[in-house]
Design a binder for this molecule. Structure first.
Ligand code: C2E
Ligand code: CA
Ligand code: CA
Ligand code: CA
Length: 275
């Protein structure tokens, strides 16, 4: 049976993550999860709003626990970051996702989320390049999604990491734009090829004229700087039309597709090519 609502997952209630013994339990379970094959990678399409065609898939990790059901990434990624398991998880996910993406047409990119702690690990850039090389995915087809949290501490490791990967052809996307400090300095300083506007600016009743104006301004900036703007969390055709008329060129959200397993991603691509 499919385990639905996130509220059902009491064991992983975020308020409990402060409890050390509880956290240890998740840590242990998480380390086991990799060896037990409980983790998988799902893929959510990022679509060209003009043509409706798929341009990219974002890899999103999924944990199907044998007794607790599906555990959302928001509840275990932060713990994996704290306990250091994120390095193992991230390396595994990058390899797994890249092996899938290597089978797609050459013009379809793969986007992978990176945690700040993952980047700080020694040899992180090399690890990523090795993982995609082994999988047969060209670096130009990889896009790493990072959030501005990464830049809060001005670490030289981060500059090196980004420089090394950019030189190899890997692209960077600024994720969850608009909800943090959103310093335009980050956009000025780092070579982003995409900015993903957080879903709070498109979804829900609170999204209105103000959100539209923000998306319009970001899109205009993107156009001037040659950075593509992605609207996240598009659930309805109205939202799609709103962000498109505000100048957004790419979109992602349940309106197009949820994150799906690899075989379904391949089907979506085949459908896309057939029309
Ligand atoms: P994110 O990177 O902002 O990913 C987008 C999240 O929004 C995903 O949730 C996706 O399923 C969800 N989403 C997409 N379209 C819609 C929509 O139309 N409506 C709504 N309500 N939601 C939508 P998910 O998969 O639960 O991931 C949550 C967060 O967990 C991600 O946010 C990312 O920060 C983190 N995460 C997920 N997978 C990974 C991973 O492999 N590595 C790392 N480091 N973080 C990950
Ligand atoms: Ca993301
Ligand atoms: Ca996001
Ligand atoms: Ca997020």
């Amino acid at each position: 049976a499919k385990v639905g609502g996130r509220s059902q997952i009491r064991f992983f209630d975020p308020s409990m993550t402060r409890d050390l013994t509880h956290r240890r339990k998740i840590e242990t379970e998480l380390r086991l999860a990799l060896s037990r094959d409980e983790l998988s990678v799902y893929f959510q399409p990022i679509v060209d709003l003009e043509t409706g065609r798929i341009r990219c898939f974002e890899a999103l990790v999924r944990w199907f626990h044998p007794t607790k059901g599906e555990i959302p990434p928001d509840q275990f990624i932060p713990i994996a970051e704290e306990c250091g398991a994120i390095a193992t998880l991230g390396n595994w996910l990058t390899g797994e996702a890249a092996r899938t993406a290597a089978k797609w047409p050459d013009d379809i990119r793969l986007a992978v989320n990176l945690s700040p702690t993952q980047i700080k690990a020694p040899g992180a850039a090399l690890g990523i390049l090795r993982a995609i090389r082994d999988a047969g995915l060209a670096p130009e087809r990889l896009e790493l999604e990072i959030t501005e949290n990464l830049f809060l501490e001005d670490s030289p490791d981060i500059a090196l990491f980004i420089a090394d990967l950019s030189r190899a052809g890997v692209r960077f996307a600024l994720d969850d734009f608009g909800i943090g400090y959103s310093s335009l300095g980050y956009i000025n300083q780092w070579p982003f090829s995409k900015i993903k506007v957080d879903r709070s600016f498109v979804s829900g009743a609170q999204a209105g004229r103000k959100s539209d104006a923000i998306i319009r301004a970001v899109s205009q900036m993107g156009q001037t700087l040659g950075i593509e703007i992605v609207a996240e969390g598009l659930e309805t055709i109205e939202q799609v039309e709103a962000v498109q008329s505000a100048g957004c060129t790419l979109g992602q959200g349940y309106h197009f597709s949820r994150a799906v397993p690899a075989y379904q991603a391949a089907l979506l691509l085949a459908e896309d090519r057939a029309t």
